[in-house]
Design a protein around this ligand. Structure first.
Ligand code: AMP
Length: 538
């Protein structure tokens, strides 16, 4: 596939490797196995050390019954065990179900019931709760990994104990092909409840190859995983890209700006990618300066809009330019990016910074409601095709066919492409709130509010937020004679949903704005939040 405009965003096509991630990893081990692989505070592993642990863990997984086509959940922060587990699963031909450790019981249960993992690799401290929360599901075993603040885990299921017992073991060879599922990544997509995007080995390898080619990444680079590996960006273009280009991958558990800055200075990090909130957090550190970040060759931010003023401020303070990058869970991460050392133009009418140009092998177009391609400069929906685009969602053929007709992904992003292939996101056609790159589907928060006995009606919208892009705000009306305070309703949602989905404010109003047919008009509330109108029903 090629981009419609020939532009100059790097080479337009790149050979698409017809192999699995396991094949690509094997080639790297043979080439640069003794180079630094993964660093985590005091621990460091060469690429061969990583391989040896992945082999031992794969042997253990096979003994626990993991077979080609199975799924295994991973419920961890950015720790070395994440990387060992991904590789071990791929060696078994199994898919990793990436689970956000912020998920609460019911959110997690829904995803587990949908994906039916046979086992789970989790933080030692999470095991007891998970075992209770997932009772009666397909999960029949747990392997625990120690996160940084945890005390030593001495159970027989502790990863360290397993690696000791299994030292030198190798898994039985499994034939794994490019169309096997490597990752099952849950997303609300353009509409609706979370569904598992099936990122195949081919998808992930294609995403890695095209982004690595644009960035000219090689084994001399050092990558700081700013994005969480449980999100597609972290999984593919922090973790997997490092493994498959032989870079050193620096992990720091849960992101903390001060720890990130120290890690950059200590390891001489050359490349980092994360949400703009992470870079805002670094900018908020009182004492950080350009010296600590001087090794950075390339910094990218994706997942959420970047205000042009943030880019300017960051560069003035640290001498580092933040490049924009765009991708979706369904595109296996980056598909559009600002080429290195190039400044993104700003779209005059909207003031939006360009998200970049299509990466090699990405066919990005802007189409009208009838699906026809629009001329440059015209606003429509961004659609994407290429080897990075998933074949569909897990066990959802109809939704897949509607979202990715003929292999062309409808992104739900309103965009403009100019004559030079620069793409600007100017509108969001999908009902989604973007909190620091985490996507919130308003219906899920509303459903959780409706579970409160005092709530009559609820509507959830996004409000612009300087720090995290958007925050969640709810409007509710109460049942006759029922009472509930804002704090009580917030606490109610906090018990049920991940922290980033919890409304910052709940406005209790007499009535919600509706259409003549009685449908709640979220857009009126959204406009009110964006323009700062007084609250109260219209
Ligand atoms: P996710 O599947 O969670 O990665 O979310 C994908 C969505 O994030 C896209 O459809 C966009 O709406 C949004 N997004 C991704 N990258 C950017 C970016 N660089 N600027 C603005 N929005 C972005």
């Amino acid at each position: 596939m090629t981009s419609r405009h020939d532009g100059s965003s790097g080479s337009d096509t790149l050979p698409v490797r017809d192999e699995s991630l396991v094949d690509a990893w094997r080639a790297i081990i043979e080439k640069v196995g003794e180079r630094p692989g993964v660093s985590y505070f005091d621990a460091s592993f060469t690429l061969s050390d990583v391989e040896q642990r992945a082999e031992a863990l794969a042997a253990e997984l096979q003994d626990r019954g993991v077979r080609r086509g199975d799924r295994v959940g991973i419920y961890l922060q950015n720790v070395p065990a994440y990387v060992f587990t991904l590789l071990a699963l791929w060696k078994c031909g199994a898919a990793a179900v990436l689970l956000n450790p912020m998920y609460r019981k019911l959110e997690l249960r829904k995803l587990v019931e949908d994906s039916r993992p046979v086992g789970m690799v989790c933080a030692a401290s999470a095991r007891e709760d998970l075992q209770a929360d997932l009772a009666g599901t397909s999960v029949s075993w747990f392997i625990t990994a120690q996160e940084r603040q945890e005390t030593a885990d001495i159970t027989a299921d502790a990863l360290d104990a397993i690696l000791d017992r299994r030292s030198g073991s190798r898994p039985a060879p499994v034939e794994v092909g490019p169309d096997d599922i490597a990752l099952l990544t849950y997303t609300s997509g353009t509409t609706g409840p979370p569904k598992g995007a099936m990122n195949t080995h081919r998808n992930v390898l294609a995403a890695v190859d095209s982004y690595a080619a644009l960035l000219s990444l090689d084994e001399t680079d050092v990558v700081l995983a700013v994005a969480p590996i449980f999100h597609i960006t972290g999984a593919v273009i922090n973790a997997t890209i490092s493994l498959l280009t032989g870079c050193q991958l620096v992990l720091i558990d849960r992101f903390r700006p001060d720890v990130a800055v120290s890690a950059i200075a200590e390891h001489g990090v050359t490349f980092a990618i994360g949400s703009i909130t992470a870079f805002n957090a670094i900018d908020a550190l009182p004492d950080a300066g350009p010296a600590e970040l001087s090794s950075l060759r390339l910094v990218y931010s994706g997942g959420a809009p970047i205000p042009p003023s943030t880019v300017t401020r960051f560069r003035e303070r640290f001498g580092v330019y933040i490049h924009n990058v765009y991708g979706m869970t369904e595109t296996s991460s980056a598909v559009i990016a600002v080429p290195p050392n190039t400044e993104a133009p700003v779209h005059g009418p909207s003031g939006m910074l360009s998200v970049g140009r299509p990466l090699p092998n990405v066919d990005a177009r802007v189409v009208g409601p009838d699906g026809d391609e629009l001329p440059p400069g015209t606003q429509g929906e961004l659609v994407i095709a290429g080897p990075q685009v998933v074949p569909g969602y897990w066990k959802k053929p109809e939704i897949s066919a509607a979202a990715i007709p003929g292999g062309v992904l409808r992104t739900g992003d309103g965009a403009v492409m100019d004559e030079d292939s620069w793409i600007y996101l100017v509108d969001r056609l999908k009902d989604q709130i973007n909190v620091s790159g985490y996507k919130v589907w308003p219906r899920e928060v509303e459903d959780s509010l409706y579970e409160h006995s005092a709530v009559h009606e609820a509507a959830v919208v996004g409000r612009p937020d300087d720090y995290q892009g958007e925050s969640v705000v709810a409007y509710v009306s109460l049942r006759a004679r029922a009472e509930a305070t804002e704090q009580e309703l917030i606490a109610h949602v906090r018990d049920r949903l991940a922290a980033y989905k919890v409304p910052k404010e709940v406005h209790v109003v007499d009535d919600l704005p509706k259409t003549q047919s009685g449908k709640i008009r979220r857009n009126v509330l959204r406009d009110r939040e964006t323009t700062g109108w007084e609250t109260g029903p219209t």
